[in-house]
Design a protein around this ligand. Structure first.
Ligand SMILES: Cc1cc2nc3c(=O)[nH]c(=O)nc-3n(C[C@H](O)[C@H](O)[C@H](O)COP(=O)(O)OP(=O)(O)OC[C@H]3O[C@@H](n4cnc5c(N)ncnc54)[C@H](O)[C@@H]3O)c2cc1C
Ligand code: FES
Length: 256
């Protein structure tokens, strides 16, 4: 884990909702697993005081990219940072997704800002189907951002403005109904709103398919000290930032 002051290379809008920020750091880019995250101190002073967590979206050599949307004050201030600005960044943190899934077909299910770590996974490793759900076409990533795995991607939007109308979990159900393989032939990896991931786990359970979910709980320290990000696993309450954020489906307690 490294704590560095990095200089911003670029910070710009990629669509109506998301921004992409990049900086260079050999150490923060090295040996990173998709699903791991960074803690970013956006302003030097006390407001906002705490660092904010962001998933790794992509690393290219020693260049690190994150993809983010405005949620509150910290992310709003982040959009105002330009090339040459500095940030304090701690990482890589947490446990990421499994890279190798024993010749199983990898199905990725992403919603909202849960999509960035799955893009990292799909670009680096094999991907059978990548199901992405958003509210509307405003959050759809430009084709230049998904070109390495574009053939695997299928979209749902809640308002029907792009792809199939409805929820991404409906798309997952439809896909699994049509598939002819055994449950052991598939492995699901998911990141997005908690309700979406809970439904993904129910569907996976119904079909007997294994998988992993990234529980991106609100975090403060990011290193297992403040106990602000606890999730209920079969081993009891666990710090998501340290033991996760990625957990296997069978590690989680039902209704956590
Ligand atoms: C491991 C991890 C990875 C993440 N990766 C990304 C990413 O790649 N891109 C991205 O845009 N965002 C990501 N997030 C969410 C990001 O950390 C928040 O958007 C950010 O901290 C908000 O800061 P803020 O100061 O703008 O808003 P705040 O003022 O801190 O929060 C605004 C509101 O959102 C709520 N909130 C804050 N964080 C979360 C959360 N994680 N889940 C649910 N509600 C929350 C707060 O309680 C508050 O009500 C990730 C979070 C985690 C834990
Ligand atoms: S954020 Fe502090 S223990 Fe996880």
């Amino acid at each position: 884990m490294y704590d560095e002051t990095v200089t911003i290379l670029d910070n710009r809008k990629v669509n109506a909702e998301y921004y992409k920020l990049s900086f260079r750091s050999k150490r923060l880019a090295k040996n990173v697993l998709p699903g791991q995250f960074l803690q970013m101190k956006i302003e030097e002073g006390y407001d906002p005081f705490l660092r904010r967590p962001f998933s790794y979206y992509r690393t290219v050599g020693d260049r690190v990219e994150i993809l983010y949307e405005i949620l509150g004050m910290g992310t709003k201030l982040l959009t105002e940072k330009g090339k040459g600005g500095t940030l304090k960044v701690l990482g890589p943190l947490g446990r990421g997704f499994s890279r190798h899934v024993e010749r199983k077909k990898r199905i990725l299910v992403g919603g909202g800002v849960g999509v960035p770590p799955l893009v990292f996974l799909a670009e680096r490793y094999d991907c059978y189907q990548f199901l992405i759900g958003t509210k509307s076409r405003k959050e759809i990533l430009p084709s230049s951002e998904i070109k390495k795995f574009a053939k695997t991607v299928r979209y749902t939007t809640e308002d029907g403005s792009f792809g199939k109308k409805g929820l991404v979990t409906n798309l997952l159900e439809d896909l699994l109904k049509k598939e002819k393989g055994n449950p052991q032939d598939y492995f699901i990896q998911t990141c997005g709103p908690n309700r979406m991931m809970e439904r993904v786990m129910e569907i996976a359970d119904h079909h007997g398919i294994e998988g992993e979910a990234s529980w991106d709980e609100t975090m403060a320290c990011g290193v297992g000290v403040c106990l602000g990000c606890m999730v209920l696993t079969r081993k009891g309450w666990t710090a998501s930032c340290k033991e996760g954020p990625v957990f296997r489906f069978d590690e989680m307690e039902k209704g956590h």
